[in-house]
Design a protein around this ligand. Structure first.
Ligand code: CA
Length: 234
């Protein structure tokens, strides 16, 4: 089988080298462009693009826009170095598939590449489907976890439903607030962390050995993508 081509757009040769090595070791075919213009010329047969935001010619956001104009479904994973860049990637919803902040571990990055490719390979209509461990019934506003109905408050339900809809995607607290809470909600109720905590306790009661909600320090929360299909025996 042909190895998937991963285009790395990064002006720092040290980072590009590390990435190329890690990707090659894991069965990918890395290519490297050191500028935005070079990347636009090289993206045609790429399966995924790893795109640094800070480039010498065009910035990463501009490159992203032009890439998407030509290749509508090409998955893009942003590399960001600063908090304000993360805010733009996440907050403005450019439609990037994921992002990794520098410094990053090559292993983590390759894992993200795999998961983005897996998501983008899912047939239309199935992408964003709940993982096998969860079953959502929207009509009843109920969620089953390994076959067991969860007794959830309104916001716990909203949080879990949102996370399940996009496994592996890191939602910021601000984004979760915007998606799950009403604008006029009492401010005491608007603590994402507190609701995640009670939600975790309820999930733990069903499967004590698993942690389905992962914390991404300084950023937010994501649903784990590696949950077993059946409940592990304690
Ligand atoms: Ca750079």
């Amino acid at each position: 089988m042909r190895r998937p081509v991963i285009l790395i757009v990064e002006d720092e040769p040290g980072i590009a080298d590390t990435l190329q090595y890690a990707l090659r070791t894991e069965g990918f075919e890395p290519r490297w462009s050191a500028s935005g213009e070079a990347a636009l010329a090289a993206a045609d047969d790429a399966a995924l693009v790893i795109l640094d935001v800070g480039l010498p010619d065009l910035n990463g956001f501009e490159v992203f826009k032009r890439l998407r104009a030509r290749h509508e479904t090409l998955p893009v994973l942003f590399l960001t170095a600063r908090a304000d860049e993360i805010d733009r990637v996440v907050g403005l919803e450019l439609g990037a598939d994921d992002y990794v902040t520098k410094p990053f571990s090559p292993r983590e990055l390759v894992a993200r590449v795999r998961s983005v490719l897996r998501r983008s390979a899912a047939p239309a209509g199935l992408s964003g489907a709940a993982p096998a461990s969860f079953h959502c019934d929207d009509g009843k506003r109920s969620i089953h976890y390994y076959g067991q109905a969860l007794d959830l408050s309104r916001y716990e339900y909203g949080l879990l439903k949102t996370l399940i809809g996009r496994p592996g995607f890191v939602f910021t607290r601000e984004r979760l607030l915007a998606l799950v809470w009403d604008d006029d909600t009492d401010s005491l109720d608007r603590t994402v962390d507190a609701h995640v905590k009670t939600l975790r306790a309820k999930l733990k009661a069903v499967a004590p050995m698993l942690e389905p909600i992962r914390t991404h320090r300084g950023v937010g929360y994501a649903l784990a993508e590696d949950l077993p299909a059946s409940r592990p025996q304690a």
